[in-house]
Design a protein around this ligand. Structure first.
Ligand code: ZN
Ligand code: ZN
Length: 294
């Protein structure tokens, strides 16, 4: 076999890749560009088809290089501190440059404060969603989740995607304020559960230790939660591992040590739902909401 035939044969073999590991294509809505790893390697290792590369603008060059190398694999979200003098202008420019949303927005600002309100207005004007990190135990990012219904009511034209420990701790009605990842049974009636039911402009991002914990701590509750919000939830990983198999990752939860968060959360979701809901959560909802060409 000469070199050209060999290349043609091997690229054919690549196109006829094995059937999707997760039963269909998967969209990961929460991956970050990181030094020392290829985002594409993470997709390949975890059986993921496409990902949203959430990029703080300081890492913009790195994200753009990853996207240029694998244009079909990635879409781009941009984030920067909106309280910086040119913060809002930079966010606006990022959309001009191809960002499909803002995120993850994780700054030491009040969720109901002036700066974040300006971002919500910008989202409505430019018709892009915002993905927010809500943390108020051991950290102070977008503080004010418990009063966020006021924002959801006021900014009806803005699409909000919630993420992180305080967002997920609040699927339970009792929320301990001394730990980020509460264990054990969930008490029905939690704020996040109610907000997802009551506000059509709120969506949930299942990524990270927090999303994984929300699904694993009380499987019976998780089953009904996934069913109830099957059109509102989206898979994401926020995993720090290098290869989609857990190498070099630094998960905080003991049960995730040495594992890829993407693989573990996908397996949890698969075990807790039927194939139709799994498809919605891992592909259809995100593709529709983020208007990603499938
Ligand atoms: Zn986060
Ligand atoms: Zn991983």
């Amino acid at each position: 076999m000469n070199r050209r035939t060999f290349l043609a044969t091997s690229s054919l073999a690549l196109t006829a890749a094995p059937a999707h590991e997760w039963g269909g294509p998967v969209l990961d809505i929460h991956l970050h560009p990181r030094d020392g790893r290829s985002a594409q390697d993470h997709l390949d290792g975890s059986g993921v088809t496409k990902a949203v590369l959430l990029t703080n603008l300081k890492d913009e060059a790195r994200a753009k290089a990853e996207i240029a190398a694998h244009p079909k694999s990635f879409v781009w979200f941009a984030a920067t501190d909106p309280s910086a003098p040119d913060g809002l202008a930079k966010l606006r420019q990022a959309v001009v440059d191809g960002a499909r949303g803002f995120g993850e927005m994780k700054h030491n600002l009040a969720a109901g404060g002036k700066e974040m309100r300006q971002v919500y207005d910008l989202c409505a004007e430019l018709n892009v969603p915002i993905l927010m990190h809500f943390q108020e135990v051991k950290g102070d990012f977008n503080k004010g989740w418990r009063e966020f219904d006021k924002i959801l009511k006021t900014y009806k034209k803005t699409t909000f995607i919630g993420h992180a420990d305080f967002f997920w701790a609040n699927i339970s009605a009792d929320v301990p304020m001394d730990r980020s990842y509460p264990e054990g049974p969930i008490k029905p009636g939690g704020l996040t559960d109610r907000f997802l039911s009551d506000y059509p402009n709120l969506y949930g991002d299942l990524s990270a230790n927090s999303g994984n914990n929300a699904l694993s701590r009380d499987p019976e509750f998780a089953r009904s939660f996934l069913k109830r919000h099957q059109n509102k939830l989206m898979f994401g990983c926020d995993c720090s591992c290098q290869d989609g198999h857990g190498t070099g990752g630094t998960p905080l939860l003991a049960r995730l040590k040495g594992k890829c968060v993407a693989r573990d959360t996908l397996q949890l979701a698969k075990d807790l739902t039927d194939a139709k809901i799994f498809r919605k959560i891992t592909w259809e909802n995100g593709i529709r909401l983020l208007k990603i060409p499938a």
